[in-house]
Design a protein around this ligand. Structure first.
Ligand code: IMP
Ligand code: MG
Length: 177
């Protein structure tokens, strides 16, 4: 049975609240939103639209990152990018991802960016799973905390399916094959 966790309108209001928090904290320096593909896509697009209400200097780039196989984290984070280190010079970077689960992805990406010379790096996730973290790190911006269940929709996938849903639902066992 389908269990909707966040409707389209609930997601809109969560994203608007996150944008307001980011805008409030903005230092006036250029802000680089670095989205983690592929899950960040709808969230990052909506976040940008909400941020356009504020007078910010904003750039958007993407990193391809993967760690999940089926419904479990492999624990192995692969970062694939060809971005020049000059990209984050003079910028406040905010890494944007769909969800913080074990936290290994964000931790690896932040360490990677620091190694590549990024000075100010923050993190922003739409959702964070309760009790599943395996790192000593909290996302700087988090839309909502959810139970530790496997969810899909609004960019989140199960073996590349369901990303297109405009809402988020818990994936039922009979939908996992
Ligand atoms: P972490 O490294 O364990 O924090 O996992 C982060 C990544 O795992 C996210 O960017 C998602 O792509 C994926 N992920 C974690 N939980 C879920 C889920 O419930 N559904 C779909 N993807 C998930
Ligand atoms: Mg992801």
């Amino acid at each position: 049975m389908t269990q909707t966790l966040y409707t389209e309108s609930e997601l809109k209001s969560v994203v608007a609240t996150l944008a307001a928090a980011i805008a409030t904290d903005s230092s006036g320096r250029k802000l680089l939103l670095l989205g983690l593909l592929k899950g960040c896509q709808p969230f990052l697009a909506d976040l940008c639209r909400e941020l356009s209400r504020y007078q910010l200097s904003l750039a958007v780039e993407y990193l391809q990152v993967s760690s999940y196989v089926g419904t479990a984290s492999s624990g192995q984070v692969t970062i694939n990018h060809g971005l020049p280190d000059s990209l984050w010079r003079g910028c406040d970077v905010i890494v944007v991802d769909d969800i913080f689960d074990t936290g290994l992805t964000l931790k690896s990406v932040v360490a990677h960016l620091r190694e590549k010379g990024a000075e100010k790096v923050k993190t922003c996730v739409l959702l964070r799973k309760e009790g599943s973290s395996r790192v000593v790190m909290e996302p700087d911006y988090c839309g909502a905390v959810i139970p530790d269940a496997f969810i899909v929709g609004y960019g989140l996938d199960y073996n590349e399916q369901y990303r297109e849903l405009p809402y988020i639902k818990i994936l039922a066992e009979d939908e996992q094959n």
